[in-house]
Design a protein around this ligand. Sequence first.
Ligand SMILES: O=C(O)CCC(=O)C(=O)O
Ligand SMILES: [Fe+2]
Length: 278
Amino acid sequence: MQVVNHGIPESLMKAVIDGTCEFFNLPEEDKQEFAGKHVLDPIRCGTSFNTSKENAFFWRDYLKVLVHPRFHFPYKPQGYSDIVWEYCERSRQVARKLLGGISESLGLEESFLDKALDLELGLQTFVANYYPRCPQPQLAMGLPAHSDQGLLTILINNQVEGLQLQHIKANGFKSMPFNSLLVNTADLLESKLLKISNGKYKSNVHRAVVNNKMTRISIVTFHGPSLETIVSPASPLLDSDNSPAAYGPVKYRDYLEFHQSNQLDGKSCLERIKIRKN
Ligand SMILES: O=C(O)CCC(=O)C(=O)O
Ligand SMILES: [Fe+2]
């Protein structure tokens, strides 16, 4: 979905994009300091998605940082951290407001998901994606088709087209307009609500393509429950005969670790927690 009137100033979004551009233009040895080793390290930057598992790399550099409940961030370039802190605060407010609306749309109290998923201590991850100009874009991919982990993701970019959403009916991918705040519904929202809400909140599958004219930057904030939350279908919505649980309970920390340690491949992680019927 696209969100307008979200209250995040355009100047702040632009400052985040500019700071990101400066970060990726730092000398390689400066960025190495933030490389990180484990998928749950608070600051990690690198290339592709998971180079230890991939044979061919994606045309993408990234910076991934855990920004809530504790804010971490690289200390350079100067001023980048303060700008991102402000942006993350505001995007988290937008995400919580949207999750309140989603709760209500399912006939639950506005605060239902907030309380059930402990969003006060919710994990928020900031990801900056940097896709350099690519001489042969038809031979490369920025990020392959995937669904996001977490509940909701909020995305902005530097006004360069590249994000494509999968359209089941059209049997293909369609480009998204590039000038709005884009919200993707992510895996845990599906696991909590699929079937129960008649598929109203499926996690959407998307990918990022590259081009040969301009570098593309996207900023994605992932909003999830607290790491210790056990996510399972919302009990007020379950009815053991008509709407049985479609997904098994999973601790968010385990799901996140699993998602980040594998290759990006459609919804394969969500499939792992699906309850199979014999
Ligand atoms: O760059 C984009 O538009 C998509 C990024 C994305 O899907 C992600 O970081 O999960
Ligand atoms: Fe994504």
